[in-house]
Design a protein around this ligand. Structure first.
Ligand code: 6GP
Length: 839
């Protein structure tokens, strides 16, 4: 290739406008972008123009690193991790990229000199909400860590036109508003209109024997759509590695509707086009019955097929035609079962399209994939009705039958005559209406299977995948989740970051274990005072936000007790409300009671079709309404529901928490990652022995964690003996009063019907055992309040929490995946002496 650098240009990297990092250069580049990209002069530019001009300035600096990474991987034929996920909940890019580039302060100053405020520009960014919650956010943290650890990686997913809905609260109820995140354009992505891949749906198959005597199957689809790639660079922290996040958008195949058009069916042709584009229109909200949604299966297959075709394309770029070493070039992680159809798709591509013998293709497939499970909830386990599956993916159904036939033959050898076991292990559920079980497909087609916290991985082996564990125990391992300290500490909590860095240097941002050096400072009164003052500042800012956003005044001196996450019965937001009402009763009973002032802050979205979750939101808001208006309470108790909880809001909330509420029923929360974000920002945790809480408590020390509730084993016993929630209610006068007060219509303007489903469910069934854990929760809370009164003690515990949380970095988690599952090494990216690549 010829040089892109004109003759006479200097060969050392100079301060050019696209890559330079001095304040002066940044300022000039910014003005240049405002003029030439936004087409604006300063007097008429809007904040959004300024935001975009800055985003493009930062993007140029990313591209330098990104293209050099891509070129290095290509030249070195690097082994690459492909992270397949239907969700990537990235959060805003600008601030994070500034942190990772090490340019935050320089850009802040450049903006100041231009008369602008960086924070205001950061607020302009519409966050890409391409995920529901935990699983999608984990994928984003992992992309950050992969780049930071200099691991060659590609994230493959879906470019939803509408991400997770925006939540508004009207009259206490959740209202969903479509998320038009692309309305003002997206400066962080690069469309690749020339990188398009066909994806087939429906139709039928036929088989024949070719001239060489090979059995061949041809799939004649009913519909073909094309996937268009949209690329986003993901930069690591203070390294030159920038990896690729490649999201696919569905389009109509241009030539496809020609026939219809020619025969005069113009509207039919347009309908076809709309139908194709619908595939990537909208993110499905989780937590509801996903079963039977055809469009969802189309989404899953669509992005997996694009991803695998793209990998084969990249593999062949290096000149190799023969795919026998595919698994040496790529290792593919399945983020839950949403991409599990990849197992059948890779088989189809290898066997049908590349004419590989079945046995060899199966060998490669199994060595390629690994599967992470993120939930044990039976209703969230994906299964597709056979007829729906077969009509959409007829060839894949045949392939799955064949995989299953061979698999069950192996099982038969190991367990002769054990038909029950065969039935339990089969990829096809034949117990009633017939289904394809996606977790089984993922398990059979992968060489490694993991859960996301120690407890969860154990339960996985005992419950959902028990028979698979008995069959191939060596495949199973645990990989406890982690979160990125870049977004969740450095970016969101600059005060704490500064304080920590002053004392122990800045290495901790990349090596989170080094936080341990803070331990001795827990006894240092001056440090503790600074620590408290940082927290107080964060609380003041959140209080200001709450006042501006919902008009409720909260006291930053009160204890901020926070519960933010998706709304779900197993997460038990309503248990916390029962506790709030308990406190309220106490204040009503004894109006002069001395009580630590407390602010309860809730936030989270409910799946639009999940009635109980939506009722819980209404419940929180109704209780908040009554309590916040009652003069008897006199500022000792406030309740707030923050609308539209998302990544951006999380960045405000975690740093401001005193107490993190992690109160799910033991055995239901696979891991949790919010629990880690809170603790890393100095909140103490009140929690059950569930998910990663178990390991957090171990790490920070039992004495620095507020534990309550039944364990998994105790719950099991309780249920075995026949759980009778009404006995708990009748046995605790306070609990009964709380339930009766709700039933009386006290929080619903006298309406005794509104919350009846909630209360009745608790009395009669209480699947998530709120009533069984109530007393222990209330008692534990008393301990919290006692300790909080001793601010020195609280600060000490908070410092120790942070000092001991190093394990929960996503860097640690990714290192474990690299060593145990992916077997992949870092690749150093060196920037060339000139800004552009010359060969
Ligand atoms: C979530 C789990 O509920 C949460 O406990 C875990 O921390 C997170 O995944 C990351 O591992 N699961 C999902 O969001 C989900 O959609 C299918 O599971």
């Amino acid at each position: 290739m010829t040089s892109l650098i004109p003759p006479g240009c200097p060969t050392v990297l100079t301060e050019d406008d696209r890559t330079g990092t001095s304040i002066e250069t940044l300022r000039r580049a910014f003005m240049d972008n405002l003029f030439f990209i936004q087409g604006r002069f300063p007097e008429v530019a809007t904040k959004n123009d300024y935001y975009l001009a800055l985003a493009y300035t930062v993007r140029d600096r990313l591209l330098l690193r990104w293209l050099n990474s891509a070129k290095t991987y290509r030249d070195q034929e690097s082994r690459t991790v492909c992270y397949l996920s239907a969700e990537f909940l990235l959060g805003p890019h600008l601030g994070n990229n500034l942190i990772n580039l090490g340019l935050y302060e320089a850009v802040e100053e450049a903006m100041r000199q231009t008369g602008l405020n960086l924070k205001e520009l950061l607020d302009q960014e519409e966050e890409p909400g391409l995920g529901n919650g935990g699983l999608g956010r984990l994928a984003a943290c992992y992309m950050d860590s992969l780049a930071t650890l200099e691991i060659p990686a590609i994230g493959y997913g879906i470019r939803y036109e509408y991400g997770i809905f925006d939540q508004e609260i009207r009259d206490g109820w959740q209202v969903e508003i479509t998320d038009k995140w692309l309305r003002y354009g997206n400066p962080w992505e690069i469309p690749r209109p020339e990188l398009i891949l066909p994806v087939k749906f429906g139709g039928h198959t036929y088989s024949y024997t070719d001239d060489q005597g090979r059995y061949r199957v041809i799939w004649e689809p009913h519909q073909v759509v094309q996937g268009v790639a949209y690329d986003t660079p993901i930069l690591g922290y203070k390294v030159n590695t920038a990896n690729l996040l490649r999201l696919w958008r569905a389009e109509a195949v241009e030539s496809f509707d020609f026939q219809a058009f020619n025969t005069g069916d113009y509207y039919g042709a347009v309908n076809q086009k709309i139908a194709s584009e619908n595939i990537t229109k909208v993110l499905y909200p989780n937590d509801e019955q996903l079963q039977g949604k055809e469009l969802r299966l189309m989404q899953e297959y669509f992005f997996c097929s694009c991803a695998l075709q793209d990998m084969i394309r990249l593999y062949k770029q290096s000149g190799k035609q023969d795919l026998s070493r595919f698994h040496e070039k790529f290792t593919v992680q399945l983020n839950d079962t949403h991409p599990a159809i990849s197992v059948a798709e890779l088989m189809r591509l290898l066997v049908d399209e590349h004419l590989m013998p079945w046995e060899q293709a199966w060998d490669i497939t199994r060595q390629t994939f690994a599967y992470t499970n993120h939930t044990l909830l039976p209703e969230a386990l994906e299964k597709w009705p056979l007829d729906l599956f077969g009509s959409l993916l007829p060839r894949h159904l045949q392939i799955i039958y064949e995989i299953n036939r061979r698999f069950l033959d192996e099982v038969r050898l190991q367990y002769p005559g054990d038909n029950d076991r065969l039935r339990r292990l089969s990829i096809i559920d034949e117990s009633g209406c017939r289904y394809v079980r996606m977790a089984h497909l993922a398990a059979v087609g992968s060489h490694a299977i993991n859960g996301v916290a120690v407890l969860h991985s154990e339960l996985l082996k005992q419950t959902v995948l028990r028979d698979f564990y008995e069959l191939t125990p060596e495949k199973f391992s645990n990989k406890t989740n982690g979160v990125t300290p870049r977004r969740w500490m450095v970016l969101s909590n600059p005060g704490l970051t500064r304080l920590i860095t002053e004392r122990i240097g800045e290495d901790w941002v990349k090596h989170l274990d080094q936080l341990r050096q803070l331990e001795p400072l827990a006894a240092d009164a001056e440090f503790a005072a600074q620590w408290r003052s940082v927290k107080h500042g964060n609380k003041e800012r959140l209080a200001q936000y709450i006042r501006d956003r919902i008009g409720v005044t909260v006291d930053p001196h009160s204890l901020f007790s926070i519960l933010v996450k998706r709304i779900h019965e197993y997460k038990r937001q309503h248990l916390c409300v029962l506790k709030v009402i308990t406190l309220y009763q106490m204040l009503r009973d004894q109006p002069h009671l001395e009580m630590v002032p407390q602010t309860f802050i809730f936030g989270g979205k409910a799946a639009p079709g999940y009635y109980m979750a939506k009722l819980i939101i209404k419940f929180i808001n109704s209780v908040a309404d009554v309590i916040n208006r009652d003069p008897v309470v006199r500022d000792r108790l406030r309740v707030v529901f923050l609308p539209n909880y998302n990544v951006t809001l999380g960045q405000r909330v975690y740093p401001a928490a005193d107490l993190s509420q992690q109160i799910s029923t033991a055995g239901y929360e696979a891991s949790g990652t919010g629990n880690m974000k809170f603790a890393l920002n100095g909140a103490l945790t009140i929690g059950t022995l569930d998910g990663a809480n178990v390991e957090i408590r171990e790490a920070v020390g039992a004495e620095n964690f507020f534990l309550f509730g039944h364990t998994v084993e105790q719950l099991q016993e309780l249920r075995c003996n026949g759980y009778r929630p009404w006995e708990f209610a009748n046995g605790h006068p306070m609990l009964k009063r709380v339930l009766d007060l709700i039933s009386s219509g006290y929080f619903s303007h006298g309406d005794t019907e509104l919350f009846r489903p909630l209360v009745e469910h608790l009395w009669q069934d209480d699947r998530y055992c709120l009533l069984a854990d109530y007393q222990s929760y209330v008692d534990c809370y008393q301990r919290v309040l006692q300790v909080y009164q001793d601010q020195a003690q609280w600060a000490k515990m908070s410092i120790l929490n942070v000092a001991r949380m190093g394990k929960f970095s996503s860097d640690r988690a990714i290192r474990e995946y690299c060593q145990d599952i992916w077997h992949v090494q870092p690749v150093k990216i060196v920037l060339p002496a000139t800004a552009y690549m010359t060969s």
